[in-house]
Design a binder for this molecule. Sequence first.
Ligand code: UDP
Length: 139
Amino acid sequence: MATNRTFTMLKPDAVEKGHIGAILEKISASGFRIVAMKLTQMTTKDAQAFYAIHSERPFFADLVEYMTRGPIVAAVLEKDNAVEDFRTLIGATNPADAAEGTIRKMFAESISENAVHGSDSDENAAIESAFHFSGREMF
Ligand code: UDP
């Protein structure tokens, strides 16, 4: 995968609150092109695998419960410097620390239910995109 792509999920809290449209609007207005997108729901196994790096953390069980409780929007986004620019757009993990105008500041409630995911490296962007999409689902 090219390094100008990142992977995102609009998490269950954002979908439940009806924020899909507003968040996608902000993503598009910030210069990201949608390369792949779908509404889907992670199974417990999916979430445990996706967040395996956090399996020893105290919040892991709650994270898996949260990420599987309802549908998410999974998407692959393209832009120069996509990974870093998207992390800037979403803001800090804890919305209380997120900068004004960031997606987490605007739409997230807590460090656990923080509305949106963004890959933290080009390598993880490729792995996470492949986790949710086949090659012919990316345009
Ligand atoms: N998380 C949590 N409690 C914490 C830290 C993280 O519930 O103290 C959750 C939160 O949903 C976060 C996800 O675990 O988005 C992954 O954590 P990471 O540190 O990778 O943050 P991110 O890359 O999503 O900003």
